[in-house]
Design a protein. Sequence first.
Length: 94
Amino acid sequence: MPRSPPAREASDEEPAQAPARRAVCRLEDGTALYVKILDVSVDGVAVDAPRRPAVGSVIHIGRQKGVIGRHTPRGFVVFYETAASQELPILRAV
């Protein structure tokens, strides 16, 4: 007689996937670009977008102002203005 698999406990279940967050980006010329947020960090955000503005373009995503840092296969990455404007310290060999 074949055995049935053991019942899964509630703690073993996979966590439910969070719903996709969407945002409106405003480009320098005032046009709106509707994007899906893929990843958020302290320094910036990665988005899935139908269009890819030029690298270095200023963009507002939500209430944050930033600069497009690079393109990805699905969209682009925005570095927030406060993170982009900070200069890195010069490290010297001793």
